[in-house]
Ligand binder design. Structure first.
Ligand code: AMP
Length: 275
């Protein structure tokens, strides 16, 4: 099926139509994780818009914005094959006016865990997601559990700003050996990819333990064994709604989140567990 490609806001308005819409926001370099989101959206039976936009606001100057993989033609093939109705792929200039001033602040939650390692990241992410929501006006939007804090922050924004949008979370898609699919995996050499398996292995090791203390210890022991090739950024066991660390007496759902550097590549992963 042909997908309509909207390269700017005016084309998007025409392509969107008047009926209900589901939006799947992405930064492109589409893989099977993105496909899972697209299929979830497709199954809802309404017009499906996929956005492809590498958002400069959510990258720090030291991060990989300029070398982030851009594979637009291959992405279009994926969207066509998955029956996407509209691909919204604006330019940076079309999204951000040069004199822009106002942006979203993500609050305390945007400064902890992943936000502590990437100052400003969640402000930039929420700003672009709110802009995409305003431009596309979706009824439903799909996001991956792979970026668990992002998903939690988007739910927070929808609640705090009274946005009339249902947020659907989609489970993380993994390779058969456990590695979470990520656009950044293509940066990894074969050896680095082997080292990177320690992230998911650490999560799986932690997830079967009964107490917060044992969860952290089991995961850290796997991560420690992968050093020095793997440089741990953080391991955090947090409340899924607030991303605050859970204490030893905690009972309920928790997220075990990890970030680490393998060579020049920074990877994140997480698992949901019940304590
Ligand atoms: P990105 O293009 O990396 O910004 O991701 C776009 C969307 O795809 C986000 O909602 C991500 O959480 C989601 N996503 C990325 N990788 C995966 C994965 N392995 N499984 C499920 N969703 C994913």
């Amino acid at each position: 099926m042909e997908s309509i490609v909207a390269r700017n806001r005016a084309d998007l308005v025409k392509a969107r139509g008047d009926g209900p819409v589901v939006l799947v926001p992405t930064m492109g370099a589409l893989h099977d994780g993105h496909r899972a989101l697209i299929r979830e959206g497709r199954a809802l039976g309404v017009r499906l818009v996929v956005s492809i936009f590498v958002n400069p606001l959510q990258f720090a100057p030291t991060e990989d914005f300029s070398r982030y993989p851009r594979t637009f033609e291959a992405d279009l093939d994926v969207c066509r094959a998955e029956g996407v109705d509209v691909v919204f792929a604006p330019s940076v200039e079309d999204m951000y006016r040069p004199d822009r001033q106002v942006a979203i602040t993500s609050g305390h939650m945007g400064t902890i865990v992943e936000g502590a390692s990437r100052p400003g990241h969640f402000d930039g992410m929420l700003t672009v997601v709110l802009k995409l929501f305003n431009l596309v006006q979706p009824d439903i939007a799909c996001f991956g559990q792979k970026d668990a804090q992002q998903l939690a922050m988007i739910r927070r924004m929808v609640t705090d700003l009274d946005l009339p949008i249902d947020v659907v979370g989609v489970p993380t898609v993994r390779e058969t050996d456990g590695l979470a699919l990520s656009s950044r995996n293509r940066y990894l050499s074969a050896d680095e990819r082997q080292v990177a398996l320690a992230l998911s292995r650490a999560l799986f090791a932690g997830a079967v333990e009964p107490t917060p203390e044992k969860v952290r210890a089991a995961a850290l022991s796997v991560l420690g064994a992968a050093a020095p090739e793997l440089v741990l950024d953080y391991l955090a066991l947090v409340d899924p709604a607030t991303f605050e660390e859970v204490g030893d007496g905690y009972h309920g759902d928790a997220i075990l989140a990890v970030a680490a550097r393998v060579g020049a590549t920074r990877l994140i992963d997480n698992a949901i567990l019940r304590l």
